[in-house]
Design a protein around this ligand. Structure first.
Ligand code: NAD
Length: 263
């Protein structure tokens, strides 16, 4: 089944790379207008933006809001509303990771992970909800993680942030349930993106084992399918949630983790 998004406007935070870029492309392919966001080389981002617009025949913009800066986040949502007069879909996806034992966990990394992985979703949501309420419809999809539901060692900030995202998801879902808005968390298992590739190196150092051993014994050990989740699999769920068929799915954690959290 194809879910079309012509006439709808979406913001995807952290969409210059990895999962966010894949989700943004899926929204564009479905006919939606997309606002990209994220860090990176300006020329590379512009090439991505222009490429998506040309490939899918939709309007694609970029806003460079740093997800650690509330005023820039507010400007991203306000300028989207000013440009298009609406915001139908918000995907809170931006995220970073740092892996270390809690007693060695750098305080700056704790603050950064909480700001980007959790607090930015609050700032985006609080700015988006009035627009969606006024329209009588909206979709907020938080890209959480299996780590919103279970823990792993050496990821104190990430696991705390992702559990927090699920709490935010559930709370806002209750607040907006009668306004035609749904708020859900997609909880992926491991997807092979730059974020995971960096973790392979960090985990090898933290555990004192080789990178091959991390892949086999740490990362895919958690995933019963022994396969990485793909961005396409996440995109299918996102498009379903954005459709009218997804209207009764609200305030929930949707695992796409090959069975990881069934254990
Ligand atoms: P990635 O590193 O490929 O992409 C992260 C994106 O966030 C990039 O576009 C980056 O520029 C952006 N970003 C980072 N700091 C930012 C900031 N301060 N302001 C604005 N944008 C910023 O990572 P990914 O694997 O695609 O992860 C995307 C999301 O999916 C994250 O929230 C992550 O926690 C979650 N997730 C990933 C996996 C996985 O296995 N890759 C699994 C579960 C959940």
């Amino acid at each position: 089944m194809t879910h079309r998004l012509e006439g709808q406007v979406a913001i995807v935070t952290g969409s210059t790379s990895g999962i966010g870029l894949g989700l943004a492309e899926a929204l564009a392919a479905a006919g939606g207008t997309v606002v990209l966001n994220g860090l990176g080389d300006a020329a590379a981002i512009e090439a991505t933006r222009a490429g998506l617009a040309a490939k899918h025949g939709v309007e694609v913009r970029y806003h460079g809001a740093d997800m650690t800066r509330p005023a820039e986040i507010a400007d991203m949502v306000a300028s989207t509303a000013a440009a298009f007069g609406r915001l139908d879909i918000l995907v809170n996806n931006a995220g970073v990771q740092h892996v270390a034992p809690v007693e060695d966990f750098p305080v700056e990394w704790w603050d950064r992970i909480i700001a980007i992985n959790l607090t930015s979703a609050f700032h985006c949501t609080r700015a988006a909800v009035p627009l969606m309420k006024a329209a009588g419809r909206g979709r907020i999809v938080n890209i959480a993680s299996a780590h919103a539901l279970v823990a792993s060692p050496f990821k104190s900030a990430y696991v705390a942030a992702k559990h927090g995202v699920l709490g935010l998801t559930r709370t806002v879902a209750l607040e907006v349930a009668q306004d035609g808005i749904t708020v859900n968390a997609i909880c992926p298992g491991y997807v092979k993106t730059p974020l995971v590739e960096a973790q392979i190196t960090d985990q090898a150092k933290a555990r004192g084992i080789s990178e091959d051993e991390v892949m086999r014994d740490v990362i895919l050990a958690a995933q019963p399918t022994k396969k990485f989740v793909t961005v396409e699999q996440l995109s299918g769920l996102l498009l379903y949630l954005c459709s009218d068929l997804g209207a009764s799915v609200n305030g929930t954690a949707l695992s796409v983790d090959g069975g990881w959290t069934a254990a």
